[in-house]
Design a protein around this ligand. Structure first.
Ligand code: SF4
Length: 698
């Protein structure tokens, strides 16, 4: 049937944190036509290759259509009761901290809110963490240390209003392509200068004025030098500094570190400092290259320090700017989906905040201490402390560091539940119960993008088979566990209203996140909700934070943090002489559950690969397209060689998308050690150590 007469439905792309608006229409052949929404403020009609191919990925291939128990098809009644009983039994026998949820930035905010409410308010444990821990936890920690709350100061418009944009550990061209398109358009219109700081020469370097190929992990040394040079040049904003604490200690620390560890020439460092200091409108964008590090939080603060010292924050065209990987990483942060947070940016370890949330939920229990962060959660699964585990829309058997050990831990867990759209992921294959979840295009709710804009995802297709939305699955389990009234929801709009009302409670504590202006939104207005940047209160809507010099620490001031450079935790040595950087390719998303369904996307880079410098390849006897064997202290992989001077001698790069299902010998995170940032708990995924050799079949 021809779908061309059907009205278009406005929704949001389910991939990266840019959060582009899309207009969808059934194509009459089971797929969708997709175009960029010209009215969405994130993309204004643009889409990248992944977003454009969304219509090719909505078929039934690999879809799970009914619950599975022990690999056998089951009905919902049996499966849900089994899940509720499994969790209740573990709690009764071993206490609330014997269970855990590992969730995902793929969840909609309403799903996330219910999962968090169930674990923290009713089960009484804080053992809920998210794959966003692998993505931006260091930014959350850095924001909270500097600002008092996890607040993104600026907006996407700042990127277009800047005269200098610095990309630190961010391949924006491939990982946030529409933002990169906006940056290139601004460059054409106003001559924006672009600096890329990245050990690897990426596609983002093509349009850059300066590429600083610094040594992995040495960002703090570079930004400390910038801080010292700002002072030497008299570029400190003394008036703005009155809104901060910590300047003297930070300057002392900045002075005492050299820049040798960066591996950059004095001329390169001087040119970077000159550009930064001489350009008032500067936006510093940072992403996984900063966050995925054992010094990730310090790197974030080293960047923020420079913006605070110059007052270049919260004003048009200025500010530090974290771009998030996942479509709803921000929503997860806002609902308290991290093991150390409460909903609405309230603090789990603050008794007044805990009491307020507990009172609002009328909750029987509330943990007083942070729960297990992602890496520690799976260690607790491995050593038997976790007896029941629910993994929702994520694939930790592939994506967590030391992935082989994680896979074994999940297999040994006494009771594992997975909610996903497919039962063929590496993780779902290990589960006792697999629940069929509705996919993008089949469910309703909201997501928040990197510049705090809340957008609606809307259903345009019916869920196939017995698939259900996640909020409904979670709420049903909550009811069956004994909390009928607290989890009696009929629609996502109901959940959103409750969440917005809770944010009003948070607002009374002077927190940044407040959407109480939406707490009485009716179903019709929720259905039509346009993209809306928070905060949304009676007094304020959207805009930037901090331009007025008011921050969220109790004294209203920001904190400059003295941070010392630290090398990555894993050290190269004769047995493991190469530094392995892991990352993403342009046309794939995470473990390819969806993008892998599009032949067009798979044609870009069809198989996993290893980038290696020509000198290293020659020395090892590797020719283009040879197979190389990588070994690390934790794992092994076999990859096709691509010889390129985009990586420096002694360094190699490999993408992380491939799984046991799609390329059994290319699970890159099996090679990555589970070392984490001591503040944020984020693993160091970009500085593993490996040996490389030609692969010889046995
Ligand atoms: Fe989707 Fe990100 Fe591409 Fe926008 S830039 S279309 S959100 S993947």
């Amino acid at each position: 049937m021809d779908g061309s007469a059907a009205p278009e439905v406005r929704s949001t792309c389910p991939y990266c944190g840019v959060g582009c608006g899309v207009l969808l229409r059934p194509d009459g052949a089971g797929g969708l036509t997709v175009r960029g929404d010209p009215d969405h403020p994130a993309n204004r009609g643009r889409l990248c290759s992944k977003g454009s191919a969304l219509g090719e990925t909505v078929g039934l291939e690999r879809r799970l259509l009914a619950p599975l128990i022990g690999g056998q098809t089951a009905d919902w009644e049996t499966a849900l009761q089994l899940v509720a009983d499994g969790f209740n039994q573990a709690i009764d026998q071993h206490g609330p901290d014997s269970v855990a949820f590992y969730v995902s930035g793929q969840l909609l905010t309403e799903d996330y809110y219910i999962a968090n409410k169930l674990m923290k308010g009713f089960i009484g444990s804080a053992n809920i963490d998210t794959n966003s821990r692998l993505c931006m936890a260091s930014t959350v920690a850095g924001h909270r240390r500097a600002f008092g709350t996890d607040t993104v100061p600026g907006t996407y418009d700042d990127i277009e209003e800047a005269d200098l944009v610095v990309l630190v550990g961010s391949n924006l061209a491939w990982c946030h392509p529409v933002l990169y398109q906006r940056l290139l358009a601004a460059r054409k219109a106003r001559g924006t200068r672009i600096v890329v700081i990245d050990p690897r020469r990426t596609a983002s370097c093509d349009g850059a004025d300066l590429h600083l190929a610094l040594e992995p992990g040495s960002d703090v040394a570079l930004f400390n030098r910038l801080f010292a040079e700002i002072y030497e040049a008299g570029a400190i904003d003394a008036a703005f500094l009155l809104n901060t604490e910590g300047f003297d200690d930070t300057l002392r620390q900045a002075w005492c570190n050299g820049v040798e560890a960066t591996g950059l020439s004095p001329e390169e460092v001087a040119e970077f400092c000159r550009l930064w200091i001489c350009t008032e409108k500067v936006v510093t964008i940072f992403s996984q290259g900063v966050n995925q590090s054992t010094s990730g939080t310090d790197k974030v603060n080293a960047i923020i320090n420079c913006h605070l010292a110059t007052g270049r924050i919260g004003r048009p065209g200025m500010g530090p700017f974290s771009v998030t990987g996942q479509p709803n990483a921000m929503g997860g942060r806002e609902v308290g989906g991290l093991a150390n947070m409460l909903a609405c940016h309230l603090e789990l370890e603050n008794p007044d905040h805990r009491a307020a949330v507990r009172g609002f939920w009328d909750a029987p229990a509330m943990p007083e201490a942070a729960g297990l962060k992602a890496v520690d959660m799976f260690r607790a699964v491995a050593d038997g402390r976790i007896k029941a585990l629910w993994i929702i829309h994520t694939n930790p058997a592939v994506t967590l560091p030391e992935a082989d050990a994680v896979r074994e831990a999940i297999a040994r867990c006494p009771f594992t539940v997975v909610s996903d759209v497919s039962a063929t992921t590496d993780t779902a294959r290990l589960a006792d119960v697999v629940l069929p979840a509705a996919a993008w295009g089949e469910k309703d709710g909201t997501v928040t993008n990197s510049d705090r804009t809340i957008s609606r995802q809307r259903a345009i297709l019916p869920p196939p088979g017995l698939a259900r939305p996640d909020w409904a699955i979670l709420a049903e389990v909550g009811q069956r566990m004994g909390w009928r009234r607290a989890f009696d929801y009929q629609t996502p709009a109901e959940i959103f209203r409750e969440y917005a009302a809770l944010s009003g409670v948070a607002g009374r504590f002077g927190r940044d996140f407040d959407i109480s202006g939406l707490s009485d939104i009716d179903d019709t207005a929720y259905a039509a909700l346009p993209p809306t940047r928070w905060p949304v209160t009676a007094a304020r809507s959207g805009g930037r934070f901090f331009g007025d010099g008011r921050f969220f620490h109790d004294d209203g001031k920001a904190r400059l943090l003295p941070v010392a450079p630290r090398a990555p935790a894993a050290r190269t040595e004769p047995r493991y002489p190469f530094r392995l950087n892991t990352g993403r390719v342009r046309d794939q998303w995470h473990t390819m559950t969806r993008t892998g369904l599009s032949p067009r996307l798979s044609a870009h880079l069809a198989e996993p690969f290893l980038e290696i410098h020509p000198e290293d390849a020659l020395r090892l006897g590797l020719a283009p397209a040879d197979l190389a064997e990588l070994t690390s202290p934790t794992g092994r992989a076999i990859l096709r060689v691509r010889i390129t001077d985009a990586v420096r001698p002694g360094q190699v790069f490999a993408p992380m998308h491939w799984t046991a299902e799609t390329a059994p010998s290319a699970r890159i995170d099996a090679l990555v050690a589970a070392a984490t940032d001591p503040v944020s708990g984020q693993p160091e995924s970009k500085a593993a150590v490996v040996a490389v050799a030609p692969f010889r079949a046995a």
